[in-house]
Design a protein around this ligand. Sequence first.
Ligand code: NA7
Length: 544
Amino acid sequence: MATDKTLKKKQVSAEAAPELDVVVVGAGFAGMFLLHRLRGLGYRVKVLEAGSDVGGTWYWNRYPGARCDVESMQYSYQFSDDLQQDWDWTERYATQPEIIRYAHHVADRFDLRRDIRFDSRVSAAHHDDARRIWRITTEKGDQFTARWFVMATGCLSSANMPDIPGVDDFAGAIYHTGQWPHDGVDFTGKRVAVIGTGSSAMQSIPIIAEQAASLTVFQRTANYAIPARNRPLDPADVADTKAHYGEIRAEAWRMPAGILFKPNDVSAKAVDDAEREARFEHRWQKGGLTFLGAFNDLLLDEESNRYAADFVRNKIRQTVKDPATAELLCPTNIIGCKRLCVDTDYYQTFNRANVSLVDISATPIEVITATGLRTGGKDHAFDCIVFATGFDAMTGSLLRVDIRGSGGRTLADKWAEGPKTYLGLMTAGFPNMFMVTGPGSPSVLTNMLPSIEQHVEFIADCVKHASAEGLTRMEAEESAEEAWVAHGDQVAGLTLRSTCSSWYIGANIPGKPRVFMPYIGGLPAYLEKCSDVVAKGYDGFRLS
Ligand code: NA7
């Protein structure tokens, strides 16, 4: 028979038990794998997703030409060998539709959808200190309680719509590449404006130009692009990769970006002009992001960087027939400082009679009018305007949820001067809340899929460890966080990547604190740190 004391204890623990073990926000590749891993460990997990299906970034970014800039055989899960053996990628760089098919295949294969609530955008998550639980609320008013709360909301998922006056006055159609209509857009016969010249613009412009009556590109900063040299995958190469997937993946983990390629240990300054040109040409012909691996100091030394930049500028001048347009398209900043783009016929597109380029570096778009837009005092008329203006990267999706940690402190308040995390996984004062590929993790500087998998394994191990030890609260120690942030700043300061106004430092969003957000010390150093933390009993985390 239960005594008063035991009854009371039972009542307290029944009240204290949250309905779920883990709530995950986001059903992209991070949320999907988290669900699979945690559910497999026996936890009660619910994923809340704003979209109507899985895919995350790839669910929203459906603009024409959307494609991954990491090769498909590497931009894929490795947690299941059966999965990686069964799935067949068809192109060197997968298109958005193929990546979405892959996401659907994974969701079906592991029966994920039954624990995902779609069309459910999370608006708030508050930590209840007394009960050691999170209360999560969606915009529709649904509420959930969970011991653990994971933001798996992606790094490039909060679209940046510039605050240009008059947007509502425009009589035509307005699109954002990051929120593309699911039934597509037919630009046939239309006068189209594209604002922006980042990766999304460079991928979509050649395709829009083929359809549109006219296309005008509004460029604030010229960007570097390396040809993708995309091609259908040779079935023999695919079979060979699959036969050696284990070794290939293992080797990729040892690369700074988690992407397998042959690095070069020579400085661009250590070779003569002819050899330098030949090495750049070799990488240019191979195509893709590994162009920056032509020498070992392109992102460390300005003179070496200038050689690479000059090489690409010469390619642009050779490609674009109109010299004035070619000059405008030639970037003047450090190559690779903003994320390098991988293109198919971007520069060639400016040789088309129906395509023109408008430099808005000195004359921002003043206003959107009923018939188009105005810049430099001149009106341009359009039927459609495409904003290819990027994202509030890395912190945007975290901060648009009203997240409150211990004592009710908001994440927005804590990060007012820039994000602070321990390993990009937790932030002090927000117990039992994890981020997948949060600021302070290698994330966007690496192949996202393996980085996601590593974070998911780390988080699952934390949850498992805490439950096995009967612990209900885990948080980053402030001192460990400070040290990690200082280390991140220090390594960022060593590279040229922190020297320009990129989204890596939040410079594309007015008023956003300028902090280099991803961890640039390389994946191997990060993995070593994580292993060390675990080996030392979750060093830098407080468990109770
Ligand atoms: P990006 O790379 O951030 O590019 C956005 C582009 O939009 C870039 O050229 C910006 O110019 C331009 N932009 C942003 N705001 C404005 C305003 N207000 N006026 C004019 N032009 C503007 O985003 P993407 O979507 O292309 O790519 C994001 C990542 O996705 C990419 O790096 C890959 O990793 C995949 P700016 O350079 O800021 O002068």
